[in-house]
Design a protein. Structure first.
Ligand SMILES: Nc1ncnc2c1ncn2[C@@H]1O[C@H](COP(=O)(O)OP(=O)(O)OP(=O)(O)O)[C@@H](O)[C@H]1O
Length: 251
């Protein structure tokens, strides 16, 4: 499904006149400094924060004016930052909460939950308590919950925070392989460059650049937006764009 944000303003959140499109099946990243409005923008998409102006469309339908919360949740699933939600649940129970927006038969739900767990490699943990899992395993379970929700759009808000490097790569590999329309706020510019088809760079609530990472993440932009010196090259292991950094002044 296509995602279109047009002229989005959010007063508290400082987002000003943002236009952003995600084509069906595309994996788009939002990058930008702390407080630049990434989460605010995502919240407007997944119907958690109503914009003061502008339109959010998913598959052509206005998320805030046409779709109900339930209809929106049937289309758009969210994986937010590592959180403490769901501590009282087993893994299977937590993934089952992804079925809430749907009214399907319990047998069909069980099948969908089992498939979601299989897809993230967590079948063997189905009966474990969520609280006993590692951070990486928890994020995979939350991704399974998002998959069980069977939306055609996936929203990720800093999904790799607090994960070790292997778990970060594993999670983004999984998402990348899903090939569903995905919009992700990511702090790690190299992860964003490696996995996203296109990036939008936010600064102080505005889009200052967008396009493929190799075109967007220039030393001049990184100096202007993040205040750091950067070298853009290619990762010798993957061939993907790769940045190295130094502090912005001449120290
Ligand atoms: N409910 C709120 N009340 C007051 N200010 C808010 C609220 N929500 C967001 N803001 C402010 O809006 C700005 C944008 O916040 P947002 O969380 O969207 O940024 P972000 O780019 O996701 O930041 P980070 O990278 O630190 O997660 C920040 O200055 C933040 O303090």
């Amino acid at each position: 499904m296509r995602v279109q944000l047009s002229g989005i303003h959010v007063e508290i959140g400082g987002v000003t006149g943002v236009d952003l499109d995600v084509e069906p099946g595309e994996f788009v990243g939002i990058v930008g400094p702390n407080g630049s409005g990434k989460s605010t923008l995502l919240r407007a998409l997944y119907r958690a924060r109503r914009p003061d102006a502008g339109t959010v469309r998913v598959d052509g339908d206005d998320v805030w004016r046409t779709l109900t919360a339930r209809r929106s949740a049937q289309r758009t699933a969210v994986l937010a930052q590592h959180s403490t939600d769901g501590f009282d649940f087993t893994v299977a129970e937590l993934v089952a909460t992804g079925r809430t927006p749907h009214r399907s038969a319990p047998a069909a739900d069980r099948e969908i939950i089992a498939r979601a767990l299989e897809r993230v490699g967590m079948t063997s943990r189905a009966d474990r308590h969520y609280a006993t899992l590692s951070g990486g395993e928890r994020q995979r379970v939350l991704l399974a919950r998002a998959l069980a929700q069977q939306g055609d759009v996936l929203v990720l808000d800093e999904p790799t925070n607090h994960l070790d490097i292997a778990a970060q790569l594993e999670l983004l590999e999984l998402v990348h392989e899903l090939k569903i329309t995905t919009l992700a706020a990511l702090h790690d510019l190299n992860l964003a460059a490696a996995y996203c088809d296109r990036l939008y760079v936010l600064a102080a609530g505005r889009v200052v650049a967008y396009g493929p990472a190799i075109d967007v993440l220039t030393p001049a932009l990184l100096l202007e937006v993040f205040g750091v010196r950067a070298h853009l090259g290619l990762n010798p292991l993957t061939g993907r764009p790769n940045l190295t950094f130094a502090p912005g002044d001449s120290r």
